[in-house]
Design a protein around this ligand. Structure first.
Ligand code: ZN
Length: 195
């Protein structure tokens, strides 16, 4: 399923962008490469096994997109809309998300570990078996979401709301929480301490 090629530039350890033998840094036309990947998401094509890392993705409406088994890690996403999308088995780790919308999204088996979220909205979503290990989230909402088996271990959460959520088997072990609101959620079904 995952068959990502490395950048062919000698000494580069990055993964090549889909459609190129190079990473964005070493590609001849990085903007065109990036835009082609984004365009396929914007046009609701079914995107699978795509890789693009270390890109700045600003002000794009990818609402309703469908993505499988893709590597979109280490990117910076600003003012992007992923609402009502279906994303499965994909990697967004060590990325930065600023003012992004994930409302009414379905996320399954996705990895956001080590990412930063500022003013992002995940409300009304199904976020199942997702990995948010060590994330840093400020001013974000997960309200009205199903977070079954999602993992926030060692996360730093500040002004983050989880109101009216299903938290069954969700993990918050070792997390730092300030102004975090679990109102109307079944937080007794979540795991907060190692046993
Ligand atoms: Zn490279």
């Amino acid at each position: 399923m995952f068959s990502f090629k490395g950048c062919t530039t000698t000494g580069c350890t990055r993964i090549a962008v889909t459609g190129s033998d190079h990473c964005l840094k070493h590609a001849q036309s990085p903007d065109e490469l990036r835009d082609a990947v984004i365009r396929s998401l914007e046009h609701h094509e079914i995107v699978g096994s795509v890789s693009m890392t270390h890109a700045l993705i600003r002000d794009h409406n990818m609402s309703g997109s469908r993505m499988y088994a893709s590597n979109m890690a280490s990117n910076v996403y600003v003012d992007c809309d992923f609402s009502e999308s279906f994303v499965q088995l994909s990697f967004f780790d060590f990325s930065k998300f600023i003012r992004c919308r994930f409302t009414d999204i379905t996320l399954k088996y996705c990895v956001f570990a080590g990412s930063e979220f500022t003013s992002c909205d995940f409300s009304g979503s199904d976020i199942l078996h997702c990995n948010f290990l060590g994330i840093n989230a400020v001013d974000c909402s997960f309200d009205d979401s199903d977070l079954y088996f999602s993992n926030f271990t060692n996360a730093s959460l500040s002004s983050v709301t989880f109101r009216d959520c299903n938290l069954t088997k969700s993990y918050f072990v070792g997390s730092e929480r300030s102004e975090v609101n679990f109102k109307y959620s079944n937080y007794e079904e979540a795991v907060f301490t190692r046993t």
